[in-house]
Design a protein around this ligand. Sequence first.
Ligand SMILES: C[S@@+](CC[C@H](N)C(=O)[O-])C[C@H]1O[C@@H](n2cnc3c(N)ncnc32)[C@H](O)[C@@H]1O
Length: 402
Amino acid sequence: MRLHRNLVFATIDSLHLIFNENKQADKVLRNTLKRDKRWGSRDRSFIAETTYDIVRWRRLYAEIAEVKMPYSRPNLFRLFTVWATLNGIKIPDWPQFEDTPTRRIKGRFDEAIQTRALRESIPDWLDQLGENEMGKLWDKEIAALNHQATVILRTNTLNTTVKELQNSLLDEDVETATLKGYPHALQLKERSNVFTTEAFKKGWFEVQDASSQRVAQVLNPEPGMRIVDACAGAGGKSLHMASLMENKGQVVALDIYQNKLNDLKRRARRNGAHNIETRLIDSTKVIKKLIGKADKVLIDAPCSGLGVLKRNPDSKWKLNPEKIQNIKDTQRELLDSYSRMVKDGGQLLYATCSILPSENAEQVKAFLNREEGKAFTLLSEENLYAHKTGFDGFYIALLQKK
Ligand SMILES: C[S@@+](CC[C@H](N)C(=O)[O-])C[C@H]1O[C@@H](n2cnc3c(N)ncnc32)[C@H](O)[C@@H]1O
């Protein structure tokens, strides 16, 4: 592979914003990729994938390159050199690379990977936490979470069928495969920008990981039911539920952020999902009004996001033990408060995109043992691990109210 100057510079600029100015990787890349209209899809994917790769392997590469935060421009070039050398790419003789020896990179890599936290490129506290909570599973899981995520689509059955969607994408040279056990999923055979396809404009699909598609499948909302999606965000699961309900009944989509609910409304219009009503949680009254009113409640809880490190590798560097403790406190409060919206005989689904038992099974167990959880029993529980499924890490618990 030959390195192109403007693509490498765009990558270095993106890394500067992510590492040194603490900007979110996906937002930075969205802006960077707008910079030059002449960039084709290969150029764009070089910038995006190289940036994500260096974010993912930051700690390992910094150890090998012997550089420390904040990274000066020469040091960002050193990180880039490590990436290129480990990927078998020849470093060009540009002045920016003059000061970046490649001789010791392979030797230092062999040394570094003897230590798991360096090999998997994670902070020490996270390695310790993972091992304490997951024991032997941690080794395999953290390794799997360092792989690049595959792109999975969820067919919007309000507008089309899996077969029709697959054919339409093929007409635009996007090859996909169905996934056993995920009735509405299509997996891309090669990464491509699916948002420019006709099928997307017509609201025939959403991009949604296979594990995430399990959530609505397990909750199994039926046409005519009243479902509360208590942490709806931009509505990935609300849209899926509306589709399963064939637009009949109601999905009440709640969140504490209006901008996320606005995104949801925009997506719902494109999807032709007419039975979703958004409500901003701006006071306790919003929840009080819904007490005992829902056939089923989904709590897709805010979580550490450790199950989705594949697609958000920069969260490795943004999390800390205190944040995780705060998240767990919120999860406990949401279970106690939002479970009250389930009517007698109804169901509650608690889900996270985390793999830590303390955010998952232990939260549910503790809830069932508290006064607030007394009326519920556990119907089913799924720990979806990335090393087993190849998809995101998720937890899904379905509870029945007596
Ligand atoms: C895991 S995300 C939801 C993802 C969304 N369900 C989807 O499928 O696209 C968790 C959401 O919980 C919201 N949230 C945080 N605190 C909350 C609270 N106290 N009540 C309701 N939602 C909350 C966040 O804004 C975020 O959108």
